[in-house]
Design a protein around this ligand. Sequence first.
Ligand code: ZN
Length: 568
Amino acid sequence: MEKTKGNNIGEIILSSASTSQNRLNLARKYRPIRLEDLIGQSHAVKILNEAFKKDRLAPAYLLSGPRGIGKTSTARIIAKAASCLSKDSDKPCEKCAACKAFSGGNLMDVVEMDGASHTGVDDIRRIIEAVAYRPSVGKRNVYIVDEVHMLSNAAFNALLKTLEEPPAHALFIFATTEIEKLPSTVLSRVQRLELRRLHEAEILESLTSICEKEKIEAAVHSLEQIASAADGSLRDAQTLLEQMLLMSGGKKLDDKILDAFLGTIGADKEVEFLELMARREANKLIEKIGEFHDRGKDLLRLQARLLNWIRQLLIFRSCGSLDVLSEKSPEEYIQKLVTAFAAWSLEDIDRLLELSQDAYARIRQHDFPRFVMETSALRATRIPHTEDISRLIQMIERETPDQKLQPSVEAAPVKPKERARPEVKMERPIAPKEVRPTRKINSTDDFLEELAASRPSLSALVKCAEKTELHFDKVVLTFPHGHFAFKQLGDKLMIRELEKAFSTILSRPVQVVLEENSENASKPQAQPRRKDFIKEAREKAVTDPNVQRAAEILGGKISSVTIEGIKT
Ligand SMILES: [Zn+2]
C-alpha cells in the first residue's frame, strides 16, 4: 500500500511534551472574550449586537458550525453579556457583581453542560427544575448545552416544554457541530446562529498577531502552512502553532520540524508547483511529486488545494478579479499564477481544472495516490494550447517567413489586466489586419471565390454547404442533414476561424451561423459527395502551400491526412 497520510493534529498533540513548562496555552490565552474579538463571524455578531442593544434577547440560541471555530467561546460571551446587571451598556460592564463573578469563573447562574456526556432525561430535568428559580447574582439563569445533538429523545422532549414557555429570566444557548441531527421541534424554537469555518487569510492574520504579541519568530511561509493545515479552525491553528514551537524548543519556529509534521506544503510551494505545470516542466513536476511523497505529504489534500488555486485562477481570468469570491487567497499568489498561465487560454485552464478534479476523485479511491498525481501532472503538461494553434494559423496566413515560432510563454503579454478577458473577441470578431488586396464582394459567388483564394482548406469545407447566405452581420451556412462538414465546422475553434476569415473578406465583423437541413435526411447523395470530398481534400491538403509552410515551421512532414477521424 502506498497510501500517504497527513499527520493528524491529535497525534501530534499526544506525542509532544504537553506537560512542558514552556506551555504558552495560546488557545486559552487568545480565546475571544468580547463579541468584537470573534474572527470571521460578523453575521452572528451583528445579530447579537442588535439584540443586546435593544435588550431583546431570544429565549434560546443555537450556535452551529464545524469544530474549533469558536462556538463555546461565543456561548460564553453571550452568557456574560446576558448576565451583566448594568442597565446603560449593551456590553458587559466588567464592574457589576455578575461580571466580576463571571470573570472569576464562579457565577453560579451560568451553567455549562456537555450534551455528549449528559445525554439523559434526568440531566435535563435538573436544569428544567432550576429554571423556575430566579438567578442569584446575575440578570438571568443561563444554560449552555454543548454538543446538544447528543441528547436523547426523552431529554429533547423534556426540554421542549420549557422552550415553549421559558421564564423571562432564563436563557438557553445550545451549540452543535451537527445541526441536521436536531429535531425540527427544537429548531423551530431557537434562534439559529450559524458560525462559519474561518478563511486561511483570517487564520494567518490571527497567527501573525499572536506571534507579534508573544515575540515568536516565524516565517510567513510557516504560518501559512499551519493555517492551511488547520482547515478553518482557529483553535486547531493555535494549538498547532504551540505544538510546533514546543518541538522547535524555543520561540523560533523551526521550518524542518513543521515540514516533518504537517501534511501540507504551504501556499508558496503549491503555487510554485503550478508554475512548473504552466511551463510544462514534466521532469521537475515528477521530481516534486516524488519529494512530497517521500516527505509524507498528504497528496489528496495537496490535490484539493491545487484544484482550489486553479479554480481561483479561472475565476480571476473570467471575471477580471476575485471580488466575487467570499474567501480570498493572498493577492500575490493569484498574480503569480496569472503571470505563469498568461499563455494559457481560458479553455486550457478549464481543461486543467477538469483534469485536476478527475485526479482528485481518483486519488481518493486509489491505493497509489502518487501514481495518479504523476500521470495527471504529465497530462496537464500535454494540454494543447488552443491559442498556439490559432497563432500558428495566423502566422501561416500572414506568410512572414523570417518570423520564427516563439515559445508562447515569452510571446504572450504578461500583464494580467490585459489578459483578463481573452474570450470577448469571440462574441464579435474584429476583422484582423488584411494581408491580401481588398476586393469588392458583391455576391455570394464573389465571397466563395475569395474564400477559396485566401483560405483553401476552410473553403473546401464551406463549399459542402448547400446554401450560403450573406447578411450584414452574419453568414448562414446550411448543410445537408448529418453532413460531416457541418460537424467539423461546428467546433468552437473552427467557428472562430471561420468568423475571422469571413470578417476579413467582408471587411466587417460577422458571426457564423451553421444550420443543418432536415428535409433531405434520407437522400442518398451524401455518400458520393463524401468520397469525392475526401479525395479532393487530401490532394488539396498535401499540395496546399500553407500546409507545406506549416510543416516547414514545425520542422515536420505530412505523413497522413485525417478528416473527421478517417485516414485517407
Ligand atoms: Zn456587568
